[in-house]
Design a protein around this ligand. Structure first.
Ligand code: SAM
Length: 178
């Protein structure tokens, strides 16, 4: 029997409502589509939360989004409940060297930043993980991390309660509404 995959949530820190709304919405959508259970937003931005919830309500699944969490409290509570924390940063250890160990954890909180992240995060994290050791973005690093963590098994996940789903076609667009 194959081993269960870890339960994953994402903590988005450093969000600036005046400039990061689109990126943070896409962090949430990528997290949902690629197998995370939910996203904590360490900022007060109900518009971002509403956009992600709107997608989740139509496309199915039980993805949660929580607005305005305090990032340190979120990390400490997660760890107190026995979970582990993986901070995605270009300065961390190579993802390819640590991903197998992280896959062995039961619950993983994946922290992604916006601009410079508070220095304390590096010490609070159980894993500081770099995806390529090159600078890129929170969306690309999260997507690659989740895909390697779940070994691609999240890619063809079904959402049985979806109100709308896509029927894959070679040409054109086909959606099915329930
Ligand atoms: N210069 C910033 C810093 O010192 O943290 C990085 C800003 S980057 C635009 C925003 C976020 O993308 C980072 O906080 C990190 O979570 C993620 N990120 C960017 N490149 C990464 C990489 N190579 N590996 C893992 N995460 C990365």
């Amino acid at each position: 029997m194959s081993k269960a995959m870890p339960e994953v949530a994402v903590l988005r820190i450093g969000h600036r409502p005046e400039r990061d709304q689109r990126v943070t919405t896409h962090v949430g959508l990528a997290a949902r589509a690629l197998g995370a259970r939910g996203m904590y937003l360490a900022a007060d931005d109900p518009g971002v939360i509403a956009s992600i919830e709107d997608v989740a309500s139509r496309w199915g699944g039980d993805f949660f989004v929580e607005n305005d969490v305090k990032w340190r409290r979120c990390i400490l509570d997660w760890k107190a409940a026995g979970g582990r924390v993986a901070h995605l940063t270009m300065y961390g250890l190579r993802m390819t060297d640590v991903i197998d160990e992280i896959r062995g954890e039961e619950r993983v909180l994946v922290v992604v930043g916006a601009e410079k992240v508070p220095g304390d995060i590096y010490g609070l994290a159980d894993y500081n993980v770099s995806v390529t050791t090159q600078p890129h973005s929170e969306i690309s690093s999260l997507a690659l991390f989740l895909d390697h963590l779940f070994e691609g098994k999240e890619l063809n996940r079904e959402y049985p309660d979806a109100k709308i789903r896509i029927e894959p076609t070679k040409v054109g667009k086909k959606t099915v509404e329930r």
